[in-house]
Design a protein around this ligand. Structure first.
Ligand code: ATP
Ligand code: MG
Length: 645
């Protein structure tokens, strides 16, 4: 595989960076002391007795005995420090409406809602599910829950009633917070009916609190149960006395995106999580007081929990929060937002970069993006081609790109560069952050030599680690800890390899690794090779069962031009191209041109569904699919392809 370029941190960036090169050695010398120092960046009501305790392994305890309030850390203390007038949120709605919210205003609303939640009978430890678009109210609700110790779980506003019901029932929520409606690509649609359907018959749901967003005039209403947000808040005082909570008090439950199966509800707690979220946000994004930071993830994804809600707010950041689709009303919407607010730091996802690439470099070139100084990527391995495009056409070649590998389970970033320190290699999330240890091993636990695929493992405990799967501790132990129980390593479920410099290259899910005549090949490596071809916009590679080679490679590709499904020339071109870039063994046996790929709601390609298709299997979990029609179209293309083969 061609991996030539190394991009060192620009000297000017390195000179002003929050974190310098010494931090790696300092953290390695004593990781617990390092994390204790980072925990000291927070405001504690009672100091901890012990930094780390593994008596109940694999459920770790961090900062045991310590007490704190997350909302105080994220809101009150900034106001108390004299920054009440600082903008916390530049919120922009999809139709173009805008709100600027200062930390003082945020505090008043969080306090009112904390009183309001108490009025609705919500107590510490109770679960509250949010089924909301990306609104100021959504941010307020997470902070108000934290303030009173309620455990919050955010559900993507675009999920169906069924998907919501599963999460409301699984958490046993007492309260659901929903909106009357939401904007979907320019149209206001009602959502309250779906919320009602989701909670029907669930006796543990005592109230549904409704935020008026779209002003639908046909909001179904259940008297006694349903409460308007604005009416509840109107009658509450703007001052609220916060309680403090144990460092191991549960803060939120986040469901994984469901790429590999039924989503798992990971439980994160208070002190360790906030320490990991807060420090990594400050270090990774090199937060400066005059930065305008924008992480474009929906608030329901773990990305936004850590890098919109708890991380940036704990650091007193000023951030942009945008409600809508990146392509509404035009594909340049994000660039327009960057220009309007002078965004300095833009954290995005590979799927979106590939979408922008389809429109060509003239799309970002139409906007003034000179305010940008740092870029980030998360969610999937970023194809080197997409990395370079982002770096050059969005970042003007001057902004480091922090590719951050982490998961719902890890709470915050694990493998990622420090922008002022780490030399970057497009397509690699680089090396573990200070205080974190990760490597690549085979099934027996031996480190794989450079260039050889293996399992990515985290080899030492870290403060943001999930403590359990809600309601299914066995699944927590089985999925992540049982495979390397002896070593007490965490199995991430991703394949990876290391290069000669020790840089980690994520290869995809372990389940998606291809095995061709005994060669293990990573799906990401093959897809990146395909995406580097000028005619390919997106690609998904899966292994189909094969009598002779074990598996044969099937590549589903979206072309940039309008190559027909029967374009034999394209298939030949791509085979030759992959052979050149990766090797003859990696040549796709079959190339299927498609118009769309099945993705999760967070934009990840669901390879397992395509693998099922090529194996003639059905029945995989499709509940986290963003658009079932995409899978149908792939199915049709596959059937037509097989008929022609
Ligand atoms: P499920 O576990 O239910 O299948 P999921 O793993 O997609 O869902 P998340 O926890 O949101 O849910 O995603 C974490 C996964 O995303 C990682 O395990 C990895 O596969 C992928 N990922 C995230 N960031 C990166 C990155 N920078 N590089 C490579 N892969 C990444
Ligand atoms: Mg996962």
């Amino acid at each position: 595989m061609q991996r030539p370029d190394v991009v060192p941190p620009p000297a000017a960036f390195a000179a002003q960076a929050n974190v310098g090169p010494d931090v790696y050695a300092q953290a390695a010398a004593d990781p617990f002391a390092f994390w204790a120092q980072q925990a000291g960046r927070l405001q504690w009501d009672r100091p901890w007795d012990q930094v780390f305790d593994d008596a109940q392994w694999p459920t770790a305890r961090w900062f045991d005995g310590g007490r704190l309030n997350v909302a105080v850390n994220c809101v009150d203390r900034h106001v108390a420090a004299g920054h009440g007038d600082r903008v916390a949120l530049h919120w922009e709605g999809e139709p173009g409406d805008r709100r600027t919210v200062t930390y003082a205003q945020l505090l008043a609303d969080v306090s009112r809602l904390a009183h309001g939640l108490t009025e609705l009978g919500v107590e510490a430890g109770d679960r509250v599910v949010l089924y909301l678009p990306v609104l100021v109210e959504t941010v307020v609700a997470t902070m108000a829950c934290a303030r009173i110790g309620a455990v919050v779980s955010l559900v993507f506003g675009g999920f169906s009633a069924d998907a919501l019901r599963f999460r409301v029932a699984d958490t046993g929520a007492k309260l659901l917070i929903a909106s009357d409606g939401q904007f979907r690509r320019g149209t206001a649609v009602g959502v309250k009916a779906a919320a009602d359907e989701a909670v029907a018959g669930l006796a543990h749901v005592e109230h549904v609190l409704v935020v008026r967003r779209t002003g639908q005039d046909d909001v179904p209403w259940t008297a006694g149960r349903d409460v308007w947000w604005h009416e509840l808040l109107e009658r509450q005082p703007a001052h609220h006395e916060p309680a403090s909570f144990d460092a191991e008090h549960p803060l939120f439950i986040v469901y994984t995106s469901g790429t590999t199966g039924r989503p798992k509800g990971l439980v994160h707690t208070t002190g360790g999580y906030l320490t990991h979220a807060s420090w990594t946000h400050w270090a990774l994004f090199d937060l400066e007081p005059d930065d305008v930071y924008w992480c474009q993830a929906d608030l329901a994804w773990v990305t936004a929990h850590t890098y919109v809600l708890y991380g940036p707010l704990s650091n007193g950041a000023t951030q942009v929060v945008y409600e809508g689709s990146p392509l509404t009303p035009h594909p340049g919407r994000h660039f327009e937002v960057i220009e309007r607010y002078g965004v300095t730091t833009y954290y995005t996802a590979p799927t979106l970069v590939r979408t922008f690439m389809k429109h060509g470099p003239q799309l970002p070139a139409g906007y003034d993006l000179s305010s940008l100084r740092l870029l980030g990527s998360v969610g999937e391995a970023i194809n080197p081609e997409a990395w370079r495009w982002l770096h050059e056409h969005v970042g003007g070649g001057r902004c480091p790109v922090v590719d951050t590998w982490w998961q719902s389970e890890t709470g915050a970033a694990v493998v990622a560069p420090l922008p002022g320190v780490t030399a970057l290699k497009p397509g690699s999330a680089t090396v573990p952050l200070p205080g974190l240890s990760a490597t690549v091993v085979d099934d027996a636990g031996t480190e794989t030599p450079p260039g050889v695929e293996g399992n990515l493992v985290i080899t030492a405990p870290w403060p943001g680690m999930a403590r359990t799967v809600w309601g299914d501790h066995d699944r927590f132990v089985r999925s992540y800890w049982a495979p390397y129980a002896q070593q007490r390593w965490y199995l991430a479920g991703d394949s990876a390899s290391k290069d000669d410099d020790g840089y980690i290259w994520i290869g995809g899910r372990i389940d998606d690794v291809l095995n061709i005549s005994g060669h293990r090949l990573s799906s990401i490596e093959l897809e990146s090779a395909l995406v580097a071809h000028p005619r390919v916009a997106e690609a998904a590679v899966v292994g189909a069962p094969d009598d002779i080679t074990g598996q044969r490679i099937v590549a589903f590709v979206i072309t940039r031009d309008d190559a027909g499904a029967d374009d034999a020339g394209l298939a030949e071109e791509l085979r030759a191209h992959v052979a050149l870039r990766v090797g003859a063994v990696a040549k796709p046996r079959e190339v299927v041109v498609v118009t769309d790929l099945p993705k999760t709601r967070s934009g990840k390609i669901m390879r397992r569904l395509m693998a099922d298709l090529t194996a003639g299997r059905g029945g995989g979990d499709t509940t986290s699919l963003t658009d079932p029609a995409a899978l149908d179209a792939v199915q049709d293309a596959w059937t037509a392809h097989r008929a022609g083969a």
